[in-house]
Design a protein around this ligand. Structure first.
Ligand code: ATP
Ligand code: MG
Length: 572
C-alpha cells in the first residue's frame, strides 16, 4: 500500500545535497578527521572519549543516564577518568592481552560503558550480550569465541556456566558485597580507587573492535567481527544520517547487546562529540516520552516495534508531554510500515527516517536523509560512498522494479572482517568477489529508492507470482483489528505456495470467520488479489526476537511441524 511521498524537511542539514555528495565522495577523505591519520595510533576509545576530554568539549556532557533509582551525568573529561580506572582494574586483575575477547553481560548502566571503553583502551575485543540471554545463549557465544573474561552482575552470574568454559579465566562482577576469589573480581571495589591515568594500547586500524552475534532471526547467530576502521563509516553517518550537531541531545533506544546499541548507541555519537542519553530499565510509553521531555532530546533513533507499541498506547498520551525539542527521528531493525510513518507525522509532526543495515555491515547502508523526500515503505537510498544494487542469483544487476537479492559492492569501511570461527560462512556472503549479498530481498524504483520485500528465504512464490511478506504485513497492519502480523508461504500442491498470515488482534476484537473474510477483502482491495492471505490464523502474540523482529522461520516451523532451530534470542 503506497502512502504519499513526504517532502524534505526544511533546515540546514549536514547532508544538504544527496545527489551531489554521492557523486563526489571518497571515504579516504574522512580518515583525515581522526587523530590516527597523523599519528598512526588507533583506538576507538581515544577517538570517542579522550580526544574530546582534551579539547573544548572537556566539560560537555557525554552521557546522561537515568533509570528508576539513578540519575547521573558524566562529562567527556569524567568519562576519560572513569574509563581509565576501568582499564587499570581490568589490567591489574587479569592476564588479558590485546585481541582477547571479553564479554559484557549486564543491564545498561554507566558502569557498563566505563567497562566497555576501559576494555577497548586495553585493546581487547568486546562482545556485548543482551541481559535477557539465558545460560545456553551465553555458553554458545563464550565458547564459540573462546572468551577469556566476562563482566556481569551477581544477579546474572548464575547464567554464566564458567565450569564448562575452561578458558574463561576472570569474572568481573559489578554489584554489592562481592566475595572475591581467584576468578571473581569486585569491580566497584577498584573502580573508585584505581588510578585515573592509563596508557592506551595503540592499535592498527585493522585490529578488532567488537564481536557482535547477530539477532538470530533466520538461524543460529553468527559472530561478526568488526575492525577499528569501522569508525570511519560510523563517524560519517553520524553526520549524514543522524545529522548530529554540537548542540544535539541524542537518544538511541537500542541495547548494546545489538549492533545498533554500540555502533549508533555510543560509537557514532561520541565520535562526533555528541551528548548521549542512556535510559535504563524496561520499556514504558510514559517513561520514554518523559525521557524525551526531561533531557530535551533532539535526535531520536528507535525501532518499528517500539513505535508500534507507542502507537498502541494512544495519541492522547503524547499530548501529556512536551516533545517540542525533537527535530529528527529515525528507525532501524525491521521494515518500517507506512502506517507508522503516517502516525509519526500525525502525533510528532515529524518524519520518521528509515535506515537499513545489518550486523555484518557495521554501519548504515541505505537510508532516508532529512534533506531528501521520503517515500513511506521505502528504505531510502544508499549512503554516499556505498554502491547498492539488486542482483540475480548469478550476480547480474537487475533493472528497476525487479525483485531480487539486495547486494552491496564489497569493501566499504565498516564491513565485517570475519565470521568468528567460520571462514566458510564468511565467504558465503560474497558473490563473484564483487557483491556482498545481504540475504534480504528488495527492488529499486526508477528514482533509485530501495524497497524491502522480506528475507530472501521468506519470499513467497504463489501461482507464479513473487510476493514479499513485508507488503502484505504492512497492509494487514492498516486494518483496524490487526495489531501484529507475520506472513509466510505454505507449500501447496496447486499454487506452489499459498500465503498464510498469523495475526494478533487489537483489544476489542475477537477472532471470527467474518473477520477473516473482512481482512482478506481488505488486502485484496489495498494491495492485490493474489497477495491476499488464503489462510489467517489468530495468535495472542507472534514469536519475536528480543530486539523485536518477527521470527517467520518459527511461524513456518510451527505450521509445517518442523524443528524450530536456535531459539536463544527469542523473547519469553
Ligand atoms: P540473523 O542474521 O541472525 O538471522 P538478523 O538478520 O535479524 O538475524 P541483524 O543483523 O540484527 O540480525 O538484522 C539485520 C536484518 O534486519 C536485515 O538483514 C533486515 O532483514 C532487517 N532490517 C534491518 N533494518 C531494516 C529496515 N530498515 N527495513 C527492513 N528490514 C530491516
Ligand atoms: Mg541477518
Amino acid at each position: 500500500m503506497k502512502v504519499e511521498a513526504i517532502p524534505a524537511a526544511q533546515g540546514n542539514y549536514l547532508l544538504h545535497n544527496y545527489e551531489e555528495t554521492a557523486a563526489n565522495f571518497d571515504w579516504t577523505d574522512v580518515e583525515k578527521e581522526f587523530s590516527w591519520y597523523e599519528t598512526g595510533k588507533v583506538n576507538m576509545a581515544y577517538e570517542a572519549i579522550d580526544r574530546h576530554a582534551e579539547s573544548d568539549r572537556k566539560n560537555k556532557v557525554a552521557l546522561y543516564y537515568k533509570d528508576q533509582g539513578r540519575s547521573e551525568s558524566y562529562t567527556f573529561y569524567e568519562m576519560k577518568r572513569m574509563t581509565n580506572r576501568a582499564a587499570n582494574l581490568l589490567k591489574a586483575h587479569s592476564n588479558l592481552e590485546k585481541g582477547d575477547r571479553i564479554f559484557i553481560f549486564m543491564p545498561r548502566s554507566p558502569e557498563l560503558y566505563f567497562m566497555m571503553f576501559g576494555a577497548l583502551k586495553m585493546g581487547l575485543i568486546v562482545g556485548p550480550l543482551f541481559e535477557a540471554f539465558m545460560e545456553g545463549a551465553i555458553y554458545d557465544r563464550l565458547d564459540d569465541s573462546d572468551a577469556k573474561a566476562i563482566i556481569t552482575t551477581p544477579e546474572l552470574l548464575s547464567r554464566v556456566p564458567h565450569e564448562r568454559l575452561p578458558n574463561l579465566k576472570t569474572i568481573f562482577l559489578v554489584g554489592e558485597k562481592i566475595e572475591e576469589d581467584q576468578k571473581v573480581i569486585d569491580v566497584q571495589k577498584y573502580l573508585g580507587t584505581s588510578s585515573d591515568q592509563f596508557e592506551i594500547e595503540w592499535l592498527d586500524k585493522e585490529d578488532g573492535l567488537v564481536l557482535h552475534y547477530t539477532s538470530g532471526s533466520t538461524g543460529k547467530p553468527k559472530g561478526v567481527l568488526h575492525a577499528q576502521y569501522a569508525m570511519v563509516q560510523q563517524y560519517q553517518t553520524a553526520k549524514w544520517v543522524l545529522d548530529l550537531n554540537e548542540q544535539d541531545i541524542y537518544w538511541c533506544t537500542a541495547d548494546p547487546g545489538w549492533v545498533t546499541g554500540t555502533a549508533y548507541g555510543v560509537f557514532a555519537p561520541w565520535l562526533t562529540g555528541t551528548t548521549t542519553v542512556i535510559l535504563g530499565g524496561r520499556f514504558s510509553p510514559e517513561g520514554w516520552y518523559k525521557a524525551i521531555e526531561d533531557f530535551g532530546v533532539t535526535v531520536w533513533y528507535s525501532a518499528p516495534t517500539a513505535f508500534r507499541m507507542l502507537m498502541g498506547a494512544g495519541d492522547a498520551l503524547v499530548k501529556e508531554f512536551n516533545l517540542s525539542t525533537l527535530r529528527h527521528v529515525l528507525s532501524v531493525g525491521e521494515p518500517l510500515n507506512p502506517e507508522v510513518v503516517r502516525w509519526g507525522m500525525q502525533v510528532f509532526k515529524k518524519r520518521i527516517h528509515d535506515t537499513w543495515w545489518m550486523t555484518e555491515t557495521g554501519g548504515h547502508m541505505i537510508c532516508n536523509y532529512p534533506s531528501m523526500t521520503i517515500k513511506p515503505g521505502s528504505m531510502g537510498k544508499p549512503v554516499p560512498g556505498i554502491k547498492a544494487a539488486i542482483v540475480d542469483d548469478q550476480g547480474n544487476e537487475l533493472p528497476a522494479n525487479q525483485m531480487g537479492n539486495l547486494a552491496i559492492k564489497k569493501g566499504w569501511p565498516s564491513m565485517m572482517r570475519q565470521i568468528w570461527n567460520n571462514p566458510q560462512k564468511y565467504e558465503s556472503y560474497f558473490m563473484n568477489d564483487e557483491w556482498y549479498v545481504s540475504g534480504d530481498s528488495a527492488y529499486m524504483d526508477e528514482e533509485g529508492y530501495f524497497w524491502f520485500q522480506g528475507r530472501v528465504d521468506d519470499v513467497i512464490m504463489t501461482s507464479g507470482e513473487r510476493v514479499g511478506p513485508f507488503e502484505v504485513e504492512s497492509t494487514l497492519l492498516e486494518h483496524p483489528a490487526v495489531a501484529e502480523a507475520g506472513v509466510i508461504g505454505k507449500p501447496d500442491p496447486v499454487r506452489g505456495e499459498v500465503i498464510k498470515a498469523f495475526v494478533a488482534l487489537n483489544e476489542g476484537y475477537d477472532p471470527s470467520e467474518e473477520l477473516i473474510q473482512d481482512i482478506q477483502q481488505f488486502v485484496k482491495k489495498g494491495l492485490a488479489a493474489h497477495a491476499a492471505p488464503r489462510e489467517i490464523e489468530f495468535k495472542d502474540k507472534l514469536p519475536k526476537t528480543r530486539s523485536g523482529k518477527i521470527m517467520r522461520r518459527v511461524l513456518k516451523a510451527w505450521e509445517l511441524d518442523l524443528p524450530t532451530g536456535d531459539l536463544s534470542t527469542m523473547e519469553d
